[in-house]
Ligand binder design. Structure first.
Ligand code: BYC
Length: 313
């Protein structure tokens, strides 16, 4: 088939809302775009284990410890589904991880902020997982099959995570005055960093045009950010807390809230490697990878031996 015939088939699939699968022809830039986005997403999942993992030993009850442990394990699983989806695009796991460990690949800005109190674990589950779901629901219909299918399971698990966070916030917000103050303090520190998770404003988002054209993204950064604010403000009100934004105001004409832009200079600083915890996160990830070398070697030795036995039999 001539190259423009291949392109026609690819465009036809997108037009009919069909999934592109690993063995289908795809433009090189589509493949690269997906490797970038899926791998950044995978990195975010496993780096996201670190700020929450910090609290497993300090969770205030056995129940909350078990729930947090399950959540952190889920994030590891999400990383695995996503790395596997990225590998179907012809890149190895080693290369993907190397890009993360050497700081060449990005991961979500949000995980470069510290979790200072137990209320932060509530805020992360409620706001960060809430924002993640807002973004990921549309990704269940993204155009690349393995990514879309991974997102279905991830979204189910993220919903449980969001509930876990909201439960912690509810207990604190309806608890003692000190507990309520702790919940408010966590909300104050996580609100704007969470808004940054959706990416820069549409007018300054270099990847959005192709992402929308190829149906990788179904909604833009600004659309999702607006929906997140509209959905979350009533939850803040229910908790009796205050959104730390004096410009937050219901706009009847647009049937949504007006709100302040996050500090985009801070965002740029964080994604350039200079956020409060970037260095700590990369050091912890590199250490975990190096400490786990013997597990990978043992698994490979086992697989090799098993193959030899099968071949001999
Ligand atoms: N952090 O052109 P744009 C989670 C980068 S966590 C860091 O708009 P795009 C979880 C962007 O990569 C959530 N970098 O990009 C929850 C680009 O740089 P490059 C992870 C960011 O890709 C709890 C540049 O800025 N979710 O799930 O069209 C526990 C310009 O941006 C960020 C996903 O990854 C950011 N917040 O849109 C554990 C969802 N925002 O690559 C885990 C999938 C932007 O050109 N990803 N940048 O050098 C997406 O939907 C999109 O990639 C984004 C960005 C909306 C994030």
């Amino acid at each position: 088939m001539e190259i423009n015939k291949f392109e026609e088939v690819f465009e036809g699939k997108l037009a009919k809302n069909e999934m592109v699968e690993p063995k289908d022809w795809m433009p090189e830039n589509y493949r690269k775009h997906l490797i970038r986005q899926i791998s950044q997403h995978a990195h975010s999942e496993i780096i996201g284990m670190l700020p929450e993992g910090n609290w497993i030993t300090r969770a205030p009850s056995l129940r909350s410890k078990v729930v947090l442990l399950a959540k952190v394990q889920d994030e590891g699983g999400h990383g695995l589904y996503l790395y596997t989806a990225a590998e179907t695009l012809g890149i190895s796991r080693d290369e993907l991880l190397d890009n993360l460990h050497t700081g060449r690949a990005k991961y979500s800005s949000i995980f470069n902020y510290p979790t200072l109190t137990w209320a932060d674990i509530g805020a992360v589950g409620w706001l960060v997982d809430g924002a993640a779901i807002m973004n990921q629901v549309m990704l269940q219909r993204t155009s690349y099959g393995p990514y879309a299918r991974a997102m279905v399971r991830i979204c189910k698990e993220e919903s449980f995570h969001q509930r876990q966070g909201f439960e912690i916030m509810t207990r604190l917000a309806f608890g003692t005055e000190d507990q309520k103050a702790m919940a408010q303090d966590a909300l104050n520190r996580w609100w704007f960093p969470t808004m940054m998770m959706f990416g820069p404003p549409d007018a300054e988002s270099p990847n959005s045009e192709n992402a929308m054209k190829w149906r990788i993204k179904r909604e833009t950064n600004d659309q999702l950010r607006q929906r997140f604010v509209d959905q979350t403000v009533p939850q803040v009100q229910y908790l009796g807390l205050t959104v730390p934004d004096e410009n937050l105001k219901w706009n009847e004409a647009k049937k949504g809230y007006d709100f302040s832009e996050p500090n985009w200079a801070e965002f740029k600083n964080v994604i350039s490697g200079n956020g409060p915890c970037n260095k700590e996160r990369l050091a912890a990830r590199n250490k975990a990878h190096n400490d786990g070398a013997w597990v990978r070697e043992a698994a490979q030795a086992f697989a090799k031996k098993r193959n030899e036995i099968y071949v001999a039999a």
